[in-house]
Design a protein around this ligand. Structure first.
Ligand code: BGC
Length: 409
């Protein structure tokens, strides 16, 4: 009886929450605001490798979690961070008393649709989805809406109005930090007549985040490109030209090799390579190590804090990464999910329930033209060789005697 009542309450409150979210069903359009836009089989209820050592935890975990089932759909295990996201989410929801289903879809959108459909068939009460392609999940999203299952778009925005809320980092700021880092390191404001040669590698056009990262950086660098202080020798600047399908390391490596052999084999000095994230930076760094004729060290940016990239930072091969604490992203997602399931009002006050720097933003992201998606956006940080200890201090990395960092999950 009690269970049935709770079930009824859940479906009513979820319907209300859905209405309070991004809006009714609709098509997909690019997000507005800031400009542009292995086998992954994972058993359901995967046991995560380690306890989350999050520096911050949601207060008052789920008194009413009983019986609720959460579907967690991650894009792939082939890109390092999603393994961590999957494990943190799975661990934290389980610790709060929820039943979970965790899947990785091998960077295959069709498979992600299937995985989500299976979760709906399994009777999940709420979905957390990091999309492979923000425009390719309409079938699954519309089915979620029909079943009154709220959807939290996790990290990457899904362009469908079935999405109730968005949890991510401030994606535009990620790119802005990379651009500002380049300006500071090269002291571009005082460059005088000096010219620095730059190349650019961006992310996957199917990922709604990729345009934000790119534009965040390019908006900072553009004045210097226009004045000639920064010179893109290959002339490959626009997003579509510099994008990397599926954020693939080998794709980034190949393109970098082509650029180096076409434009730098004559001894032209390369000063900086803007890379939107660590998986692409890894390929670019590999190309520079093997194929660059010059002897100067090239400034390379990144994002995430992947282990191989942190090693490259220690070794002076990569210069920086924009770090995003995905354990905290999971904490925010858990608090939000609890509020949705409990039928609590979701607004800026939710950010009082965790000790994490996070903005409630109702303007920046749209799931379709004019349809704003309430978003919780965490704050990214710059990591260089000089502040690697900050990562260790989160408890999410340890430093070995060799000075290299390993993630604890
Ligand atoms: C994430 C980045 C990540 C990239 C590739 C993006 O959506 O925000 O953190 O580097 O996907 O996995």
């Amino acid at each position: 009886m009690k269970r049935k009542l709770l079930g009824t309450l859940l479906s009513v409150t979820m319907a209300v929450s859905l209405l309070a979210g991004c809006g009714s069903n609709g098509g997909s359009t690019p997000a507005a605001n800031n400009n542009a836009g292995g086998n992954d089989a994972a058993p359901a209820n995967t046991e995560a490798a380690a306890e989350p050592a999050a520096p911050a935890e949601a207060e008052a975990p789920a008194a009413t979690a009983g019986g609720s089932k959460i579907g967690i759909s991650m894009p792939t295990q082939s890109l390092e961070r999603w393994n961590r996201d999957g494990a943190y989410l799975n661990d934290q929801f389980k610790a709060a008393g929820y039943e979970t289903i965790l899947t990785f879809s091998d960077n295959d959108s069709g498979r992600q649709v299937n995985d989500i459909q299976n979760m709906l068939a399994d009777g999940v009460d709420l979905l957390i989805v990091a999309a492979i392609d923000g425009e390719a999940l309409n079938t699954a999203m519309n089915e979620a809406a029909d079943a009154n299952v709220p959807v939290i778009s996790y990290d990457r925005l899904i362009l469908n109005d079935a999405v109730s809320y968005y949890v991510s980092f401030d994606n535009y700021t990620v790119g802005k930090l990379q651009g500002e880092f380049i300006v500071d390191q090269l002291d571009l404001e005082n460059a005088g007549d000096s010219v620095y040669n730059l190349e650019i590698t961006a992310g996957d056009p199917a990922d709604n985040n990729a345009g934000y990262f790119y534009h965040g950086a390019i908006d900072v660098l553009n004045p210097y490109i226009e004045s000639g202080t920064l010179n893109v020798v290959s002339d490959q600047i626009d997003f579509d030209t510099v994008a990397t399908a599926q954020w693939n390391t080998d794709t980034a490596l190949e393109r970098a090799q082509n650029i180096l052999s076409s434009y730098y084999a004559d001894g032209t000095q390369l000063d900086v390579w803007l890379c939107s994230n660590d998986s692409t930076a890894l390929g670019v760094a590999q190309a520079i190590t093997s194929d660059y004729a010059g002897s100067n060290s090239v400034l390379i940016t990144g994002q995430d804090g992947d282990e191989a990239n942190l090693k490259n930072i220690v070794d002076g091969i990569q210069t920086m990464t924009v770090y995003k604490n995905v354990s905290n992203e999971a904490v925010v997602t858990l608090s939000l999910a609890q509020a949705i399931i409990n039928g609590d009002t979701v607004d800026a006050s939710l950010t009082d329930s965790f000790d994490i720097d996070c903005a409630y933003d109702t303007e920046s992201y749209e799931t379709s033209a004019g349809n704003k998606c309430p978003s919780f956006l965490l704050v990214p940080n710059v990591i260089t060789k000089d502040n690697l200890q900050d990562l260790v201090d989160t408890g999410l990395y340890t430093m070995g005697e060799d000075g290299y960092l390993s993630a604890t999950n």
